[in-house]
Design a protein around this ligand. Structure first.
Ligand SMILES: NC(=O)c1ccc[n+]([C@@H]2O[C@H](COP(=O)([O-])OP(=O)(O)OC[C@H]3O[C@@H](n4cnc5c(N)ncnc54)[C@H](O)[C@@H]3O)[C@@H](O)[C@H]2O)c1
Length: 359
């Protein structure tokens, strides 16, 4: 690993009850007992304390239910806990939801981020300045737009976001950089490709398809399934975030990716083959559940990440292959039916049934 330039003492993770955030919190709580981890989350439909059961009583972990948009309450928390480092993951994160209801995305992802920055600037200024402080904004490769068959996104690729989700994340990236350039707030920023792994809410492709496959429900594939995404195991994302927040250069952006591009339909077929084996089904049985549905509006064709900077400057690499990570992920969902039932109960069920349940 590269040289450590920032050592968190009190780390505030926003969105720590969500998919990636819960892995980030678990990583810091278990690997860094010397660091106090404050987990701030509003517990929207996507945030769930069931994601944190194994660490809820850890002495260096405190969960706080709070909205990032509540600037005064966040500022008070920063003061009370003497937070020196913020890793910001709280967001509305599902592209399909951003198409049906964009305003929540603008509110949380743009105004919420500005509110958080404002609270940090106020409190850290009161405490004598920004020395020893750091704000890490966690973002997506979708801000770069859509690629054709060739090429990769680098950190210098011009922004060209195309969905309400990606445009709200792009706006938040610009706002974080503006606080750095205008007020000198110490920041690092990362843009990552699609994550997969345990604790992902089952509206996203991989957990949704595993759940539907187990229940022998249709597997709804957008368009012809030819869109291409790069996939990264969530625990490798969490390890990259640790390297970036501790070793990244002030003001710098790092792309994170798995060098692991898959056409959706090929990925789905691979999942179906693994599921046939794990569920003792005959070869090809799960694949018969594939149903082609109307394409997502404005569906970006291809995302692919060039993570050379992160690899060469900070020495990070993914730890496992996709086949291995996918196998572990399927096993986890098959073994954690109770978790699936818990997070899909209540308000979410109506949305789920409307989207996927009645096909
Ligand atoms: N999932 C991916 O593949 C991926 C890839 C790249 C980047 N990202 C980014 O990583 C971050 C986390 O993504 P995820 O997939 O874990 O999302 P997620 O939807 O699983 O979790 C988001 C969390 O944020 C919380 N939250 C939402 N609004 C809030 C608010 N106003 N105040 C406080 N908490 C709030 C939710 O309760 C939830 O726990 C997001 O910023 C996302 O843009 C995700």
């Amino acid at each position: 690993m590269a040289e450590i330039v920032h050592q968190p003492k009190v780390l505030l993770v926003t969105g720590g009850a969500g998919f990636i955030g819960s892995h980030v919190v678990r990583r810091w709580v278990t690997r860094h007992p010397e660091v106090r981890v404050i987990n701030l989350d509003a517990l929207t439909y996507a945030g769930n304390l069931a994601n944190l059961k194994d660490i809820e009583d850890a002495p260096n972990h405190r969960f706080v239910r709070m909205d990032i948009g509540d600037t005064d309450a966040v500022a008070q928390l920063l003061r009370e806990e003497k937070v020196d480092t913020v890793m910001h993951l709280a967001a509305e994160s599902h592209v399909d939801r951003s198409i049906s209801g964009p305003m929540a995305f603008l509110e949380t992802n743009i105004m919420g981020t500005a509110s958080l920055l404002s609270a940090c600037r106020t409190v850290w200024t009161e405490q004598g300045g920004f020395e020893g402080k750091r704000f890490h904004h966690v973002s997506t490769d979708e801000v770069y737009g859509s690629l054709g068959e060739e090429g990769f996104f680098t950190e210098d690729t011009a922004y060209d976001p195309r969905s309400p989700y990606s445009s709200s994340k792009a706006a938040s990236d610009h706002i974080v950089r503006a606080w750095h350039h205008t007020y000198g707030l110490p920041i690092v920023l990362s843009n990552c490709s699609n994550n997969y792994g345990s604790f992902q809410f089952p509206e996203k492709l991989i957990p949704l398809f595993i759940r539907n496959a187990v229940q022998k429900k249709p597997l709804p594939v957008y368009g012809q399934g030819v869109n291409v995404r790069d996939w990264l195991w969530v625990e490798d994302h969490a390890s990259a975030l640790e390297v970036i927040i501790t070793c990244g250069a002030d003001g710098r952006t790092y792309n994170i990716g798995g060098e692991n591009e898959w056409k959706n339909i090929d990925l789905i077929r691979l999942m179906c083959r693994q599921l046939d084996e794990k569920l003792d089904r005959s070869a090809g049985e799960t694949e018969q559940l594939i149903t082609y549905v109307q394409d997502r509006a404005g569906h970006d064709m291809r995302y692919a990440i060039d993570a050379t900077r992160l690899r060469e400057e900070l020495g990070w690499r993914p730890s496992i292959t996709f086949e291995e990570g996918l196998g572990k992920t399927i096993d986890w969902y098959l073994d954690n039916g109770d978790w699936l039932d818990e997070v899909t109960s209540g308000a979410y069920r109506d949305y789920y049934d409307n989207q996927y349940g009645n096909r």
